[in-house]
Structures are given as C-alpha cells and as structure tokens.
Design a binder for this molecule. Structure first.
Ligand SMILES: CC(C)=CCC/C(C)=C/CC/C(C)=C/CC/C(C)=C/COP(=O)(O)OP(=O)(O)O
Ligand SMILES: O=P(O)(O)OC[C@@H](O)CO
Ligand SMILES: [Mg+2]
Length: 233
C-alpha cells in the first residue's frame, strides 16, 4: 500500500510540479542554527532530507527532533546505514545501492534495519540508488567500497534503473556523490526518465539555479542539494 508522502510525490509528478529537497548531514549541522538555515534555503524547498555516509549514533534523531520543532516541511531520512533511523521523521528512503556489487549495501543494511522498522510508523519508500561518477572519489564510494558507474555508459545506467523498477523500487535516485565536480549529465537524466515510469531523483554536485533547472528540464522530478547550503553564509 502506498503511503501519504509517496502519494503526494506522485501527484506532484503528475502535475509537473518539480520537487526540491535540501540535504542536511547531522554530522555537519549545528542544531542551534536551524532558524538561520531555514531562512537561507530556497522558498521552493519541498522536502528536507537527513542523512550522511557516516553519522555518529543518535545524531540523526537529535537533528530530526530539532528540525521538527521549527518547520512543517516533510522530513525524509536518507540513511548511509541502518543506525540512521528515527521514528520522528516522516518517511525513510529505503535505499538499495544498485550500482555496486556489495551485498552489504544491496540487502545487508536493510536486514539490519528491520528490528527497528517492523513496528515503526515511518513511511518506507523503496529507492533504487545509483552512484554515478561525479569526477571525485565520493564518500558513498569509499564507505560502500563500490565503484560508481561511468557517465559514458548510458545504457548500463538506464538498464540499472529499469532493473530497479522491475524489482519493485518506487523511486530511482541518480547520485553523482556529495560535492561532485560535475553533476549527472542531462543526457543520462533524459534517457533514464524515458525508460522508467516511477519518479526520478537527481543529486550530487548541483550548486547553481542553472544546474538545478537543467536537471529538471531533462526529466528529474526532484533535485537534491546539500553542499550548496552547508557552508553558505
Ligand atoms: C535502508 C537502510 C536502513 C540503509 C541504507 C543503506 C544503503 C544502501 C546506503 C547506500 C550507500 C550510502 C552510504 C549512502 C549515503 C547517502 C548519503 C546520505 C549521502 C550524503 O552525502 P555524504 O556521502 O555524507 O557526503 P559528505 O562526505 O560530503 O558528507
Ligand atoms: O552535497 P551535494 O553535492 O549537493 O549532493 C547532494 C546529495 O545528492 C548527496 O547525496
Ligand atoms: Mg555527509
């Protein structure tokens, strides 16, 4: 059964309303500066994502709690591992790293999360997560000990996304890695969007309005921006 946050997402896609998620990394976020942070993010922000490749135990919950007190924006967990789960959030992107061949990130972490999730009110959204080369060795690549897919091989990226849909993913997330030198290129976004019929999220290395718009124009339904708002004054 589809939960409310996924239904809202599908409705936005049907109405061609683009979504913008701002990523908050609990490790780098100062909970006492939430006010300033919420003022500096774009007005069109639709979601807050909370997660990181490596986050100290308990920090996710602290950050979600602090955010919930200050904003009504939906909070989606975007976890690097099973310890980054808090029932205080609204939804959980239940990621599986389809670009890699590390069983731990294809199904291991997911199994480890079940004792926490089996009685959780969180909306769980199955997400096919595809790491693509962004010109820099990414934290995701280091932590998972997997290689990103090269941007040149569009066919394998499209096939990976469609395989994700066929095994039941409700979202596909094309990731160039946080702080990528270059984002996922437009042609890849176009081809993936044409192939799948579930919503498409694109993130990694998107810093400017132009880059964001380019991703939307190519078919991204949601853009994720993190680094751009991490160090901004
Ligand atoms: C479903 C559950 C319980 C866990 C999923 C576990 C999986 C498959 C994770 C995918 C691989 C992974 C490590 C994803 C992390 C995604 C993320 C939150 C990236 C944010 O950026 P950082 O990688 O923290 O970048 P910085 O190094 O710049 O902080
Ligand atoms: O930090 P940036 O480069 O915006 O990347 C956001 C997100 O897609 C990383 O997982
Ligand atoms: Mg991080």
């Amino acid at each position: 059964m589809e939960g409310i946050f996924y239904k809202i997402f599908l409705k936005s896609v049907a109405e061609k309303e683009k979504q913008l998620a701002i990523l908050i990394d609990p490790d780098k976020f100062n909970n006492s500066e939430i006010d300033t942070f919420l003022k500096k993010i774009p007005k069109e922000t639709t979601h807050l994502f909370v997660g990181g490749s490596t986050v100290a135990n308990g920090e996710t919950e602290e950050t979600v709690k602090a955010l919930k007190a200050e904003t009504k924006l939906p909070i989606f967990l975007f976890p690097g591992n099973h310890s980054q789960i808090s029932d205080l959030a609204d939804a959980l992107l239940f990621l599986t790293l389809l670009s890699g061949r590390n069983a731990e990130y294809l199904i291991g972490q997911q199994i480890k999360s079940i004792s926490k999730l089996k009685n959780s009110p969180l909306e769980i959204i199955s997400t096919g997560y595809i790491l693509i080369d962004g010109g820099k060795n990414s934290s995701v690549s280091k932590v998972t000990n997997t290689e990103p897919l090269p941007q040149e091989n569009i066919e394998i990226i499209v096939h990976t996304a469609l395989a994700g849909q066929f095994v039941g993913a409700k979202l596909i997330y094309l990731e160039a890695g946080s702080g990528a030198k270059f984002p996922v290129k437009q042609e890849i976004i176009c081809e993936v969007k044409k192939a799948i019929n579930i919503p498409l999220i694109v993130g990694g290395g998107i810093k400017t309005d132009n880059q964001k718009q380019a991703a939307y124009n190519s078919g991204a339904d949601m853009v994720v921006m993190g680094t751009a708002f991490e160090n901004a004054p």
